[in-house]
Design a protein around this ligand. Structure first.
Ligand SMILES: [Zn+2]
Length: 419
């Protein structure tokens, strides 16, 4: 078990006096306080090298910290050790007969998991174990589907407004699933799907690409330090080996990666590829209105037409053997999902119909959707079918779960992640 000192918790009675000591006398930086409502405590973190001090100020007379101060006076309250895998750390301690306060990890601040070791086992010190929240998983997932090889890739991370991602769902509910930053944005991924078949290699969607101005990078917090190039390399495939690119729809976070800037010119990013685009989606994307103008960027797709590498099609159909598009509407008028089918097995590239695993609950629908009631109707049908027929679902924007199976137990839905 590897443990690193995360912080030292100090119970304070007179906050002003304590701050005066740490801030003025010691010259340390005190961060803005964080309210931990469940513990009725306000935490003031003071970074000190690799670790920090945490001043704990009680906000109710019957809180654990108030009782502690009443009984023992202000002072050292706990130390917190950070571990990589809290469940295995607890198992390790249990096996050695170490007395625990928490047998199971429980949710702590900022999405962390925490558990306390009993002070009697730790020679009079209250020890907290903490597993910091993982904010993203950018490893690729490979899975054979009948005669097809599927690889869930990624094009890095970005952030969008948390409220807009969950529509009418109140913040206290979605916040339990995903933490927002100080600009109210949540972490999202972009995950294109690679299909390898005897007819060639197809990418379904292709991420946001790299044509962004510093201002846009800031707005969307693009983190492409690991991007589609890396993911393709992990899969052992070069950009030049892509034969086809299929768009779920033409929003920048799905199809921005189709073009690249080469000196002053915009060129197809996948030099050998034909690009399948639904005609009606092209119509919408090239005639945006006030509500969708920010999502359709001409530089992402018009250069493809100019280069003569677009194959337009109309209506739902099989694009290549085993790859079938189905219009869902909802998110955009022509938004579509992609069924990949081989030898009785099915994977569904759900695009913005079910952007993250949190969206498997029916009313969790993005505020961005132009026709949310269409999203609801289609989503109900698609999810019912996915549960009944064990469809493998790809969650394009989920930063942690690239793909998985939707299960239902006692009326409760959850996702069994593809490992
Ligand atoms: Zn999207």
């Amino acid at each position: 078990m590897r443990a690193v000192l995360d912080h030292v918790g100090i119970a304070v009675q007179d906050l002003e006096a304590a701050l005066a000591f740490y801030r003025e006398a010691l010259g340390l930086e005190v961060e803005a306080p964080e309210e931990v409502t469940s513990q009725r405590v306000r935490a003031h973190f003071i970074p000190a090298g690799e670790s920090s001090l945490e001043l704990l100020e009680s906000t109710a007379s019957d809180s654990a910290i108030a009782k502690y101060v009443e009984k023992r006076g202000p002072g050292l309250h706990h130390i917190t050790l950070r571990v990589d895998d809290i469940a295995s750390a607890l198992a390790h301690l249990t096996a050695r007969g170490v007395r625990l306060v928490d047998e199971q990890p429980r949710p702590g601040a900022e999405g962390a998991l925490v558990a306390f070791i009993h002070p009697s086992a730790a020679h009079g010190v209250l020890v907290e174990l903490k597993q910091a929240a993982v904010h993203a998983d950018l490893s690729i997932r490979r899975v054979a589907l009948g005669s097809l090889q599927l690889t869930v890739l990624h094009d890095g991370l970005f952030r969008l407004d948390g409220g807009a991602m969950f529509g009418v769902v109140p913040r206290p509910l979605w916040e339990q699933k995903t933490g927002a930053d100080d600009r109210n944005r949540i972490q999202l991924s972009m995950r294109p799907l690679l299909v390898e078949a005897d007819w060639g290699r197809m990418l379904i969607d292709c991420g946001a690409g790299d044509k962004w101005s510093p201002k846009e990078r800031d707005i969307f917090a693009f983190d492409r330090s690991r991007n589609l190039d890396h993911a393709l390399a992990d899969a052992g495939v070069s950009s030049d080996a892509i034969d086809y690119v299929l768009a779920s729809h033409l929003h920048f976070d799905h199809f921005g990666g189709a073009t690249a800037r080469q000196r002053e010119a915009l060129v197809p990013r996948f030099s050998r590829a034909r690009h399948f685009i639904r005609s009606a989606e092209w119509e919408d994307a090239t005639h945006p209105h006030e509500r969708n103008r920010a999502s359709y960027l001409r530089d992402d797709f018009v250069p493809l037409k100019e280069a003569g590498v677009v194959d337009f099609y109309e209506g739902d159909q099989v694009i290549k053997p085993g790859v079938r598009v189905v219009r869902t509407g909802g998110h955009t008028g022509q938004h579509q999902i992609v069924y990949v089918e081989s030898q009785g097995r099915t994977a569904v590239f759900t695009a913005d119909l079910i952007p993250t695993t949190a969206h498997i609950q029916d009313p969790w629908i993005m505020g961005y959707d132009l026709f949310p009631m269409d999203t609801l109707a289609v989503k109900k049908r698609v999810i019912r079918e996915a549960i009944d027929r064990e469809h493998l679902m790809v969650f394009e924007h989920d930063p942690l779960v690239p793909a998985g199976y939707i299960r239902e137990q006692n009326g409760r839905r959850f996702v069994e992640a593809l490992r």
